[in-house]
Design a protein around this ligand. Sequence first.
Ligand code: ANZ
Ligand code: ZN
Length: 806
Amino acid sequence: MSTYEFGKIEKKWQRIWDEKNQYKMDTADMSKPKYYCLEMFPYPSGKIHMGHVRNYSIGDVVARFKKMEGYNVLHPMGWDSFGLPAENAAIKHGIHPHKWTMSNIEEMKEQLKMLGLSYDWDKEIATSTPEYYKWTQKIFLEFLKAGLAYKKNSYVNWCPSCETVLANEQVVQGECERCSTIVVKKELEQWYFKTTEFSEELLKDLDELEGWPEKVRLMQKNWIGKSHGANVTFKVNNMDKEITVYTTRPDTIFGSTFMVLAPESELARELVEGTEYEEVLDNFLAKMYTMTAIEREAADLEKEGEFIGRTVNNPLTGKEMPIWIANYVLADYGTGAVMGVPAHDERDEDFAKKYGLEIIPVIDEDDIMINSSEFNGMNKDEAFNSIIEKLENMGKGKKTVNFRLRDWLISRQRYWGCPIPVVYCDDCGIVPVKESDLPVLLPTDVEFTGKGESPLTTSESFNECSCPKCGKSARREVDTIDTFVDSSWYFMRYVDSNNFDEAFNTELVNNWLPVDQYIGGVEHAILHLLYARWFMKAFNKLGWTNHVEPFKNLLTQGMVLMNGSKMSKSKGNTVSPMEIIDEYGADTARLFILFAAPPERDLDWSDKGVEGCFKFLNRVYRLVDELSEIAHKNLQFGKLTKEDKEMRAKVHSILKKVTDDLSTKFGFNTAIAALMELINDIYKYKEMDDRNEAVIKEAIETVVVIVSPFAPHLGEELWEMIGKKGSVFDISWPKYDEKALILDEVELIVQVNGKLRNKIMVPSDIDQEGMKEAALNDAKIKEFIEGKSIVKVISVPSKLVNIVVK
Ligand code: ANZ
Ligand code: ZN
């Protein structure tokens, strides 16, 4: 008897899969229904972690099962390979980001292959390769043409000591991650994608995404943040100027006693220009530059502000209101100006109390209007509409909806990203690079000093260029594109990854999108998914696809924990997948991770659990090995005993359960539990003296098929051991036998016009309707009643059916 040599088995099948291109598929082939199974592609850090193992094991079971169910399955993998770590490695170790990235990819690919994942590697992409980013650049230019990309001034994080721009994730509690200097804001012209173009669609279409977790839909909805209110205009006293505020509570306007502006707003600057308050504004702004937007939006923010020497009049009360600037008002939301209503808004209340501003309640505890002139006595909702109407009639207001969603700042002052394909010409301004000149390649003569605005400024070869329009010498854009852009369309490139003429073929994308099942971490629930959805809508508008949503079904898998907290390098509580593969094999690693918890839930690592799964696979191996000779035989069931029937019922009921668990829900853990139960029963059954070999053969074959999607190397090995030719993954998923599920049967006599015509077997607990149906559906009986009309059907429970025809 041989033992389960997982190391040998896994290497053997990985080699065979490679050699015969087991997972190659053709997206042009639409002869079978399509199924697009996608897992979020990784950043190539060089080493896979347990989160990857979980994500990709889930996807692999889905892909393998769907293929066996008869779908043409697209299951690709690639690399989100631009990004900061490669650049940091360059600064620290002097290794070029491209080299560093490519060697990481190679290493990680090796590791993914060791997990036995069913990817078609011919479809592999890496976003940092010119073959890919050429199309990212082309997409940028098309967006520019369509008005979906534009440039405007904005603030970046600047470390005065490192003299460099910092990404948000490099700012830790307001300080530079590297040197702990307080980070300030610096104004730069930057590129934006107009995400707000599709705010309404991004919100509305969430309703259609029934295959998404409710919590993710809600997170997106909140992020988009649609609100209903009004814009109200206030005239500035002693000045030819108006201020428009956005309010969701026009019903509180009689309680508005002051006005607050975002300190960064142009308006604030205009109001103080040439007055003694200019200095007040400058000093206040300097303070604001050390705060992040997140800090400023926090509910517990200590409210701070300054009076800036001007007033407005409340359009409905006529009361004079002082104008302040304050830290809690943001420049890029609404109009950047707020009417302060301290009686009904908490932030305004904190502010008014701190600075001694007037507080006037205008709504009582029963939501009835008070202190509001002709609106007194109204319900506040009624007042909401009536006050807007009044303001509209006065020409002082307008009903408005507002979105929290901002346009997407895509400029990064980084080297390791996709170059923005425009040049600046003194005569022609911003000029797009000609399509025939794409890709604009990243130069290699860059100095990685960690200083300055954009590393690309240090490359002479990159900067020297001529204007595509007039031919005069021009400067290249030195910023690169946010890596979230790369990952917003990669799933379309997979469909047509070797296309050298365009980003993708429209027909192929129309055929293959939406992704049928997307699987990834919940940390991407907002930005990545929102950006990808936005891209789909933009591509739709450009006529590149007829779809508007990229992902039909979404599974957000839980985290892998150790002793209750997330596995992480910094905490030192990690288990390396490679160690587990070495010690127990990839099949055990996969089985454990799928068995230990339902996929959406967090999973606690357990060495005991791994050990248990390893033992189980050994047990499966030994069982099949022992019975493989029987499986080779040509056998007939013959007459079955009660025990034989029970064994068959078990096999088919478990096949039914596993099929159900895999096709309608992600019941991997329950499917594996069922398989364990089946193995126990087979062990018992095979020990019986009068065991039926045909029953054993059927049971063993079923076990091998069921184990395959979870432990694919072992599945193939066992399939070979029981004498089957070819890959187990090329067969159709077996159908369970409904009849085998029924244990007790009785013989039913079927008569036609009183004459015995056949005897059929039916379940003993059959009802009269069932008896009638079974009799009428019997092939032999059908011959006797064909062409005749049924007068009536008489039945004696569990014994006889008589069909009267004429
Ligand atoms: C008066 C008022 C009275 C307000 C009241 C609220 C309650 P949402 O719902 O999130 O859209 N606001 C408007 N622009 C702002 C900005 N740039 N920075 C900070 N706050 C701003 O929030 C809309 C409300 O937030 C607006 O309605 C405004 O305050 C404030 F009892 O106007 B409200
Ligand atoms: Zn020019």
